[in-house]
Design a protein around this ligand. Structure first.
Ligand code: AMP
Length: 230
């Protein structure tokens, strides 16, 4: 069931890529396997963390521009599945609406499948919204192997600032209740996940206050330093 839903999602994404711009059309999804071979060319592999409203999506786009990596957002993958009415979408829709987390099993299966695709192996990635739990983090490092992940960016914005920003922007799954639940989950699940990476020396903390350009420059400077030591 879980695997079928993951396969559905990946098939949808492969189709979307085939219909998309030429640069994306060349990619093909490889069969599911436990280990993903990521020791090819010098592709950069990043994870970005930040509370909702911290500007994570915007800064992830800057990373795409700067490092030529592919943006992978599990939230976007799930939202696409909901919009397409797939089996996966029907499973995750109510969970997303409530502000809860999709199961680790299902989320890991989807990411594993996507990370094995040729375009991701060749160009690298910035993961956004994954991992969100320590179990997902462990699964990610197991997939990538030693040295397979280059840096984990922690975009820091104070809680009252992100709460105000989120209330100002109206996304469909944003209600006061779901915002509060997601922000609480960030502290209980995601902060321990960041700490797990911190213990492994992978975290680069970036002050997320300031203009988009200022934050982007701060972030790429810090990542370049981390990459220089890899
Ligand atoms: P996001 O756009 O990253 O905020 O994700 C939107 C929603 O998708 C979340 O509130 C969760 O319900 C679900 N989701 C996204 N990524 C994950 C993940 N890594 N683990 C569990 N649920 C996730």
């Amino acid at each position: 069931m879980v695997i079928r839903a993951a396969e559905d999602a990946v098939a949808d994404m492969a189709q979307a890529r085939a219909e998309g711009p030429a640069s994306e059309a060349r990619s093909e999804t490889t069969p599911m396997s436990d280990a993903v071979d990521h020791d090819g060319p010098a592709a950069t592999r990043l994870v970005i963390f930040g509370r909702q409203g911290a500007g994570k999506g915007t800064q992830a786009a800057r990373l795409v521009e700067h490092y030529g990596v592919i943006h992978l957002s599990t939230g976007d993958m799930f939202r696409a599945a909901v919009a397409d009415g797939t089996e996966l979408g029907q499973q995750v829709g109510p969970i997303m609406e409530s502000g809860g987390l999709v199961s680790d099993e299902l989320t890991i299966a989807i990411v594993r499948e996507r990370l094995a695709a040729d375009d991701i192996v060749a160009d690298g990635f910035v993961l956004d919204g994954f991992p969100r739990t320590p179990a997902q983090a462990e699964a990610l490092l197991a997939m990538l192997g030693d040295g397979g992940l280059h840096a984990v960016i922690e975009l820091e914005v104070p809680l009252d600032e992100v709460t105000n920003r989120m209330k100002a922007r109206a996304r469909e799954d944003d209600t006061d209740e779901s915002i509060a639940k997601r922000l609480a989950l960030y502290d209980t699940e995601t902060v321990p996940t960041i700490d797990w990476f911190r213990e492994r020396g992978l975290v680069v903390t970036v002050d997320g206050l300031g203009s988009e350009d200022e934050v982007a420059e701060r972030m790429t400077d810090a990542i370049d330093k981390a990459l220089a030591g890899r």
